[in-house]
Design a protein around this ligand. Structure first.
Ligand code: NAD
Ligand code: SER
Length: 318
């Protein structure tokens, strides 16, 4: 990987991935792109940045050629709750953007990474220890996009030889950039509100378990899968990866170990609750471990300590 282009680079994942990749591969070798270009943003100021709408194929190709890229990391997408509110827009951005990115990768012979999600599963999928290869009949637009995307990435590999790779991310928890319209966002909000107000009203109901992961593990997973020996990859699009699985009351009780007065209440959002109910409780990541050595460093306790420390250091709740 000599020149890497990242789409959706100002989002929750891209903001951290770009900075880490610039440390590893050199600041001028990671070209960040997004719809918007805010001033004083470290992704914009720390290396090459281009404004790019991923539904505009000609602009994507022009930018990719200009920077002579050999790797494309495609992150731009609408997440589950936003996609459910705007399903046709989600189809156009999530599928239109993906096929454009795959076409650029095919034309310029790039290595390619795009994330799938726990959202690619549905209510008929086995909920516990969800296997790598199993039923995928999602009931959300986001899930339909993610399964279609997995299949499209496999197709570009078998038909055109594009080196496509992907993971099924759980809900991602981080302290640098807020999540952008997902169902698992409550698990980030809860830390902010714990520090700001000492209490949190969850839009996801008691007892609803979902897979989650702390951002440093997610960033390592992207880089390690991109660096993995291609000959060892039997699955490509996309690998189950998992770190922890918890419900709102379980994360609350972990926060209470640091903040004994913290209070959790519920005001369930039926749309996001339905989405959560259709997703697995916990995925089996054995294939990712065996094929490219995936390993998560953070469990719920270690992540909670770090989240509260890092958010406090940012002045949240001060
Ligand atoms: P995000 O919503 O935080 O960021 C997405 C970025 O894409 C934003 O900066 C937005 O400005 C940009 N964008 C939106 N429309 C665009 C367009 N038409 N052209 C160019 N840029 C556009 O998302 P994220 O959490 O960083 O997610 C990145 C990818 O990872 C997505 O494919 C998402 O489905 C997947 N994923 C995320 C999670 C998670 O918990 N964050 C979990 C599973 C999978
Ligand atoms: N965190 C993402 C969402 O909730 C999962 O793909 O949409």
């Amino acid at each position: 990987m000599k020149k890497i282009l990242v789409t959706g680079a100002l989002g929750q994942i891209g903001s951290e991935l770009v900075m880490r990749m610039r440390e590893l591969y050199g600041r001028d070798n990671v070209i960040a792109t997004d719809l918007r270009k805010p001033d004083n943003n470290s992704v914009v100021t720390s290396g090459p940045f281009e404004t790019l709408d991923v539904t505009d194929y000609q602009s994507m190709l022009r930018i990719a050629k200009k920077h002579e890229i050999d790797t494309l990391v495609h992150l731009a997408a609408l997440l589950s709750a936003t996609a459910e509110a705007k399903p046709l827009l989600a189809w156009n951005i999530n599928m239109g953007g993906l096929v454009n990115a795959l076409e650029v990768a095919r034309e310029l012979k790039c290595k390619f990474f795009t994330p799938s999600s726990i959202g690619s599963f549905g209510p008929s999928t086995p909920k516990d220890n969800t296997p790598q290869d199993t039923i995928q009949r999602p009931t959300t637009m986001y899930g339909v996009n993610k399964v279609s995307g997995e299949l499209l990435c496999n197709y570009y590999h078998t038909k055109f030889g594009v080196d496509t790779r992907g993971v099924r991310f759980p809900g991602l928890i981080s302290y640098k950039v807020l999540p952008g319209g997902g169902t698992t966002d409550y698990a980030v909000d809860i830390y902010y509100e714990a520090l700001k107000t000492g209490k949190y009203t969850s839009f996801i109901d008691k007892g609803t378990k979902m897979d989650m992961m702390y951002m440093p593990d997610a960033i390592n997973a992207i880089i390690n899968l991109l660096e993995a020996d291609e000959s060892k990859l039997k699955h490509r699009n996309a690998f189950n990866i998992a770190a922890m699985s918890f419900s709102p009351e379980e994360v609350a009780s972990e926060i209470k170990k640091h903040m004994p007065k913290f209070e959790l209440s519920y005001k369930v959002d039926p749309v996001r609750q339905n989405i959560a109910n259709s997703w697995p409780n916990s995925m089996d990541s054995t294939c990712a471990k065996n094929e490219w050595g995936f390993k998560a460093e953070y469990d719920l306790a270690k992540m909670t300590t770090d989240m509260l420390e890092k958010l406090s250091a940012k002045g949240i709740g001060a």
